[in-house]
Design a protein around this ligand. Structure first.
Ligand SMILES: Cc1ncc(COP(=O)(O)O)c(C=O)c1O
Length: 397
């Protein structure tokens, strides 16, 4: 058989070569190779997709002859209409399903599509530091430059609005926000969010609201503010909702995007290139999610609230190892590793190999994340307890 004249590796484009595997997935892959490891690395909720959604999909499989077929790229019209209705119910802002809504294969795909649409090589996108790992990589992969806006750990991870204006330059296109935050769990204040919106509008920037976690705000629900409710900024906001977390549908890969009209055709073109359409069966599942009363939500939140109390209690017992800001929402905590000269990557790898506990190194979330680790407490209580029992044995009480 002919040998290839050059190794395949030489074919790989620079942008792919320069792309690091997401640290969350990398740790999860390594963790899978360590038998019995207790993993807090991945924000994968332990819940099952609620029964009414599963039942609706089972019915559609039997009765809908089109269930296995492509759909038009923007999304099933009835789901776009239901998403617009849900958006209006949650924010009071009415958007036209045909002009403003697109059904995505989850926020990850939606964000990647959006960055394709707005980022030219050399353009800048402001992200919080720390912020979600994949935003940083997606911006870079699309030729852009993430510009880090530091959160203040000493002020409960609050953002410093005074510093924002200085980060905006002639190439700035957008600001990405996640509240409650992944990885810190902080809820951004209404005042901060409104100030960001005003600055964005004045500078002609797009505000990207990536929303997997707004249903998980615990006792802080009154403090949570969805900037998409501010109708005066609607033409400057891309709001992305995912069913992954609130409806325990992470494997279905479905979400919706509410975007300014000027972007929609572009978004649909690019979404088509990768997806053709969000899987029809997942769109049927999303439809069922929106049609049924979300009676599972209080239960999810109660369980996650209990796990938050548990992980904080266990962290308090390891106060000589970790110092942390109590998370207000989502299901992550982002403790600082005290007294370490090790990088967060070295620390996380050592912990996995020597204590069989998996977490994600903080450096992956931006420069301010160094010497921190992210722990996801959406896993079973037993996994949290096992991880901390092992860390107590490893570090000493
Ligand atoms: C901030 C943030 N954005 C996006 C995603 C991915 O969402 P999806 O499953 O909808 O792609 C996650 C998942 O953890 C996330 O934390």
């Amino acid at each position: 058989m002919d040998q290839p004249t050059q190794p395949m590796a030489e074919l790989i484009a620079l942008r792919s070569r320069n792309l690091a595997m997401s640290a969350i997935k990398e740790m999860s892959i390594l963790s899978a190779k360590v038998p019995g490891a207790a993993s807090l690395a991945w924000g994968l909720p332990s819940f099952r997709t609620p029964a009414p959604i599963r039942d609706a999909v089972a019915r559609a499989l039997e009765t809908d002859p089109a269930i296995g077929m492509y759909a038009l790229p923007g999304g099933l019209p009835e789901l776009c209409a239901a998403a617009a209705q849900e958006h209006e119910r949650r924010t009071g802002v009415r958007r036209d399903p045909e002009k403003h809504i697109t059904i995505t294969a989850g926020n990850m795909e939606g964000l990647n599509t959006l960055f394709h649409v707005i980022v030219d090589p050399g353009d800048e996108v402001i992200v919080t530091d720390p912020g979600f790992v994949s935003h940083i990589s997606q911006i870079r992969f699309n030729g852009g430059k993430p510009v880090f806006w530091q959160m203040r750990e000493e002020r409960g991870w609050e953002l410093d609005i005074e510093n924002l204006v200085g980060l905006i330059g002639p190439r700035t296109k957008a600001i990405v926000l996640v509240t409650p935050s992944n990885p810190t769990g902080c809820i951004m204040s209404e005042a901060t969010l409104r100030a960001v919106a005003e600055i964005a509008r004045r500078n002609g920037l797009l505000i990207i609201l990536d929303d997997p976690y707004s249903h998980f705000t615990y006792e802080n629900s009154a403090r949570f503010f969805n900037l998409a409710t501010a109708a005066e900024y609607a033409d400057h906001i891309a709001y992305l909702f995912t069913f992954s977390k609130a409806y325990a549908m992470s494997g279905w890969r479905v979400g919706y995007m509410v975007i300014p009209e000027a972007l929609r055709t572009e978004i649909v073109k690019v979404h088509d290139l990768a997806m053709i359409c969000t899987p029809r069966i997942s769109q049927v599942a999303a439809m069922a999610a929106l049609e049924n009363e979300p009676t599972h939500l209080p239960e999810f939140e109660t369980i996650l609230g209990r796990r938050r109390a548990l992980i904080c209690e266990r962290l308090d017992q390891l106060a000589h190892v970790f110092q942390y800001v109590r998370p207000e929402g989502a299901y992550y905590v982002f403790p600082r590793v005290i007294d370490t000269t090790e990088s967060s990557t070295q620390f996380s790898h050592r912990l996995l190999q020597e204590a069989r506990v998996t977490m994600t190194p903080g450096a992956a979330f931006g420069p301010s994340g160094e010497h921190h680790v992210r722990m996801a407490y959406c896993v079973e209580d037993d996994t949290i307890n096992l991880a901390f029992d092992r860390m107590e044995a490893y570090f000493g009480k």
